[in-house]
Design a protein around this ligand. Structure first.
Ligand SMILES: *Cc1c(COP(=O)(O)O)cnc(C)c1O
Length: 462
């Protein structure tokens, strides 16, 4: 151990008086700076004790301190670059909202608003009123209510409609959505008694018919959005359930999960049940997520018959599940686009990413590929025919044709590339297939290109 060198280690107070650190202090909290300096000095002390270095410059310690300040000062929740090609990546925050929606949320957050104030009457208003008319217009429903997320929407609807009575569900629809959201568990929280009918692959009309008794509260249909049962299967169509329900005076509810207001079949993709369709077929209540195919903020929408929605509005549980003002602000902007489908497709990032053509993606991949080739010659970047995914438990069978950039290197394995990009200061999330790292440009913004390019430059200098 070099005792001489140990004595050369700077004191925190000395560093705090250096010009560089003084400047850093003007834009960082003192506690963060002091903490980083202490950690940097400790790291160098350990190097000396373990004879890992024979000398050091003060600048090295300051540089390390700066890195640590940046790390400690940065937020834990941060933006990442989604280069995975999974459009609704639940782990990466699901739908990315439009710029206009985000700006409106910011405006409402930074100012007072008429959240619960009726401007014309000058007295108390309802936070639910702001988007109800829009929701009626775009879904065709008589009434609507928004809550925190779709899980909350299902909970509130069941709690209101059943409360100690039975909810009849097909065994083929008792799904787990992920993140431990299971329809049967949620039902028991709501106080509904689960009445399973049919089998995993087949449920018939008479199964529902026979299950109905004086204690039946609701006939529930759940869209199995994240998996597909294929082969010898049968579920009862919504319109038949509606006939049965209305003949017995029992409401029919459909949890459609990933709510879409546009018909993807018109764009050459697989048909995904639309919300308008369920309302038109007579569902009394339809619930769906705001941040899946709808492409808005996290929210749960309940649309349907006024008599039931009114009851939900008066349920004390609504208060606990309520939507916040920033979400409402972003949701209103998002929903407005749906008044005209072409506007929705143009402005809502989820839809524009989902519907971008293979040719557009080829051009985008070519552009990034060329930038990367010029910047990081230690890697091979090749265009490859491939698929993007919708994700978020939506459209599981849909593989969207696209072009991706396949990255290989004689210096790094695919796993090393994936990890280095993931550990970048702005994390870059890619996928690996076989022995290649894959960059899928479908889910990337143009300003992500520079971040990815810088990361590759740094990686090759390692
Ligand atoms: C995603 C989903 C949910 C849960 O929605 P959240 O908005 O994540 O709470 C419930 N039901 C179905 C069918 C779903 O697909």
């Amino acid at each position: 151990m070099n005792k001489e060198l140990l004595r050369k280690l700077p004191k925190i107070d000395e560093l705090l008086e250096s010009e560089l650190i003084m400047e850093i202090l003007s834009s960082n909290m003192r506690i963060v700076v002091v903490d980083a300096l202490r950690e940097a000095i400790d790291i160098y002390r350990q190097y000396i004790i373990e004879d890992k270095i024979v000398n050091f410059e003060l600048k090295e310690i300051l540089d390390l301190s700066l890195l640590l300040i940046e790390k400690k000062g940065s937020n834990r929740l941060k933006r990442v670059v989604n280069a995975s090609g999974v459009i609704l990546h639940t782990n990466l925050g699901r739908a990315k909202i439009s710029k206009e929606a985000a700006e409106n949320a910011m405006k409402i957050a930074q100012n007072y608003s008429n959240l619960e104030f009726d401007i014309e009457m000058g007295n108390r208003g309802s936070r639910y009123s702001h988007v109800e008319e829009l929701l009626r217009a775009v879904t065709g429903a008589e009434a609507a209510l928004v809550v925190n997320n779709n899980a909350a929407a299902v909970l509130l609807a069941l709690d209101t409609l059943t409360k100690g009575r039975e909810a009849v569900v097909s065994r083929g629809q008792l799904v787990e959505i992920g993140g431990s959201f299971r329809i049967p568990d949620l039902m028991s929280y709501s106080g509904a008694i689960l009445k399973e009918v049919g089998t995993t692959n087949k449920t018939h009309f008479y199964d529902y018919e026979q299950a109905i008794n004086e204690n039946t509260g609701v006939l529930l249909r759940v869209h199995t959005s994240n998996f597909k049962i294929i082969g010898f299967t049968e579920e009862v169509p919504l319109e038949d359930l509606v006939k049965l329900g209305s003949s017995k005076g029992i409401p029919v509810m459909e949890d459609i999960g990933s709510g879409t207001l546009i018909d993807f079949a018109n764009y050459g993709l697989n048909y995904e049940p639309t919300i308008q369709n369920s309302i038109r077929k007579g569902a009394d209540i339809v619930t769906f997520s705001g941040d899946k195919l709808l492409g808005g903020p996290q929210a749960g929408v309940i649309a349907g018959k006024k008599q039931y929605i009114d009851k939900m509005k008066n349920n004390p549980l609504t208060r606990a599940l309520r939507i916040d003002k920033m979400t409402l602000a972003a949701l209103e902007v998002t929903l407005k686009y749906y008044l005209e489908e072409s506007e929705a497709v143009k402005h809502i990032p989820t839809l524009s990413m989902l519907l971008a053509s293979k040719e557009e993606m080829r051009k985008k991949a070519l552009k990034l590929g060329n930038i990367l080739k010029a910047a990081a010659s230690h890697f091979e970047f090749e265009l490859e025919d491939n698929f993007s995914m919708v994700g978020g438990g939506s459209m599981p069978a849909e593989r969207i044709c696209t072009y991706v950039i396949k990255v290989t290197s004689s210096k790094f394995t695919a796993n090393e590339i994936e990890k280095a990009l993931r550990m970048n200061c702005i994390p870059i999330i890619i996928r690996i297939t076989g022995d290649a790292a894959i960059i899928d440009v479908r889910t990337m913004n143009d300003d992500d290109f520079e971040i990815v390019t810088d990361a590759f430059k740094r990686l090759q200098d390692k």
